[in-house]
Design a protein around this ligand. Sequence first.
Ligand code: SAM
Length: 182
Amino acid sequence: MQSPTETRHEDRLEASRLNLGCGQDQISDFHNVDISSDVQPDEVVDLQQTPWPWPDDSFSHTLASHVLEHLDPVPWDEICRVLAPGGTLVIVYPIGNTRFEDPTHQQFWNWNTAAAISGERKHAHAHVSNLSLVTRDFGWNVTGRLWRAYTRYRLAVGGPGAWMGQVPGLFGEVTATYEYRP
Ligand SMILES: C[S@@+](CC[C@H](N)C(=O)[O-])C[C@H]1O[C@@H](n2cnc3c(N)ncnc32)[C@H](O)[C@@H]1O
């Protein structure tokens, strides 16, 4: 049975959601942070400066949409440190050829990277041991015949292929959800 103190702690965590690199995409009930004061985030934070200004276990949920690919190194230790045990991390990152167009991109990931981050797909240097991949999916903006061909391809191989990174102008994004298990 929980003590009143534990209940209040859980309630606080439930309300504590972090939106990293929010840009204009600020979400109510999230703590929206960005390096740019122009977008008027809840807090101006340079995620490349560690340690981050929040205590351990501060958040039950962290969203990092189109921001981690701008960081080098990616501050995985801080991402894990501020997540409460059992908390979730959702990352969204670009795949396809357009990921190479933004000169501020530092990371160039593909479909497999989501699994490599958490070690489901083996890469010696990419494993964040406290993150467990729960789901991953993707979306992208092509239409017509190419979309139908791609859908058939996806059904055949069970995921986006490396070829999509070679097609000029194609944009896609992966959304991956992890659970933090320290
Ligand atoms: C492509 S935008 C993504 C905005 C929003 N999350 C979305 O999904 O549309 C990348 C954002 O990351 C922010 N950003 C880049 N480097 C950062 C850093 N070192 N610390 C904090 N924010 C950063 C940028 O200012 C920008 O608002």
